[in-house]
Design a protein around this ligand. Sequence first.
Ligand SMILES: [Zn+2]
Length: 430
Amino acid sequence: MIKIIPVLLLLLGLALTVNFAPGQDPGLATILSVAKSDLRLETVRLLDLDLLMEVQGRVYIVAAPADLQKIRSAGIPFRLETDLLPPSAGNFPRLQGNLNGDFHDYYDVEADFNAMETAHPNQAKVFVLGDSLEGRHIYAMKVSANVQLDVDEPQVLFLGCHHAREWISVEVPFLFAKYLLDHYGSDPDITRLVNSSEIWIVPLVNPDGLEYSIHTYRYWRKNRRDNEDGSWGVDINRNYGYAWGFDDIGSSPTPDSDVYRGRAPFSEPEIQAVRDLISSKNFQALITYHSYAQDILYPWGYTTTHTPDDARFRTLAAGMAQRIQAVNGRVYTYGAAADTLYVTNGDLTDWAYGTRGILGFTIEVPPIDVQNGGFFNAEADIQPIFLENLPAMTYLIGQCIASFVPAAGRVNGQDRRQAPPARPNIRVKG
Ligand SMILES: [Zn+2]
């Protein structure tokens, strides 16, 4: 009886909230949670349930009506959690086999990078840029012809996963590395790019956060800094050292905020690693991937004032957006970050441009909004999202190759250090 009464109450709740709610599609998937102690793995496999995440001893499941029936028949007590997630059944991920399915976790990135280096010793080299707070490596892969040599050629950087819950942002740069290596020697355009540039890929800037998002709390955003006030995490994309803490709108001084900027610029080891890579190289451009929104953003983020290079940024962003749209028809909006999304300070692209003149872009990949899935990309969307971004990546590298000036001809062209201007009018969007 102890178990039956809550189940009956829940079934009553189910009938009221799912089956009879006006305007709701009865075929819609439901999110429910089950105490981990009530759910043996054999049961999950037997019932072919779709696990979403585990939070504080409860396992969350994406349940189609047929799955609900199976869970009821098995007598497993459950709790409805559909309010946690946007009501768009088609966009829920299917995560068979383990909690993150086809998405990479830290160990997958490590294993795959090592395997790719072994398989392509002349075009791929793996570097450890530094370690996270919990001691995981921040990995980079350099892709270039004769990769062991340092040649004076254009350098472009692609990064993913500053924000833990943005799982798809690992996949886009990771799959780009794989695509370059798989097509080198057979695809003449890819071969030409790899022969004439240095392409660096850092798919997982925040490994501690990603692991926490996979195993503990799916919506986790920050790193895993113990703020020593009971709160955890710094938003590492508000911790870069240009216009850091410019105002309390584009970042927060409050440790439990999701956009907490940290105690000092570059206080976080994950982005110290990124800083040190960028400082040791001569990148012309970079793209840092995030989700979600379908946006291509460029500096400034901290102010609505435009950069002296606004026309160049706009041309490149338009070129990328046009190529992306040509693949699956999805429209990515582009513009200066503070105009397009909302003001941010201490982000990577402002720092990279502000201190080194790097043409830095933030690309927020699909979906376009929370009604279409928010941070929850379906596994089936990984390839389409990568493939639509692929021509934008190759276009940007091509533009860097076309405009490259060899070291002998460069005149202090890479240093744009300047004090941030006086505080302008700030407006916030989004
Ligand atoms: Zn993000």
